[in-house]
Design a protein around this ligand. Structure first.
Ligand code: FEO
Length: 170
């Protein structure tokens, strides 16, 4: 049975992962209508992954006798100055999510909830990958230069790091 404090902070993460999915969906749509088909594809895939992250939390909370709450999500931004600006926002958001996951880890240690602590290790690893991936993309944009976005857009899918493998339980 989940302790209330752990259940509440996991439900907070349901909202954050769901918002991440919507944020990347909105970014994908912006990229698509601005002619960046490769960037759009990368973001649509990322949006789907974030929905899976949300589902992992929902199912874990319920499996442990808690009650997952599906929240309302705030509307994500609809406009970006440039693709680089967009990916700087991705990195900022992933850093926020990393801090959020770390806060949950800290709560599980306080509450001596080692099952949830174990469940979270997948996310700890995943956040390292997600931040690295956003940084690699920003580096690549700077390397190719803002005037060569066609090449960047064509190649971006090759910059994807494989998603962390799904844990056996959870
Ligand atoms: Fe699920 Fe990108 O944080």
């Amino acid at each position: 049975m989940l302790r209330k404090k752990v259940e509440d902070i996991c439900n907070r993460q349901v909202e954050r992962e769901g918002y991440s999915s919507n944020l990347y969906l909105a970014m994908a749509s912006w990229a698509e209508i601005n002619g960046f088909a490769g960037v759009a594809e990368w973001l649509y895939v990322q949006s789907d992954e974030e929905r899976l992250h949300m589902l992992k939390f929902i199912r874990y909370i319920n499996e442990r006798g808690g009650k997952a709450v599906i929240p309302a999500f705030k509307k994500p931004p609809v406009d970006y100055k440039s693709v680089e600006d967009l990916f700087r926002e991705v990195l900022k958001h992933e850093e926020f999510v990393t801090a959020s996951i770390n806060e949950i880890v800290a709560v599980t240690l306080e509450e001596k909830d080692f099952n949830t602590h174990n469940f979270l290790q997948w996310f700890v690893f995943e956040q390292v990958e997600e931040e690295a991936s956003a940084r690699a993309i920003i580096d690549k944009i700077q390397l190719v230069g803002k005037n060569n976005m066609y090449q960047f857009d064509r190649d971006i899918m090759s910059l994807r790091t494989p998603a962390a493998s799904t844990p056996a339980a959870g």
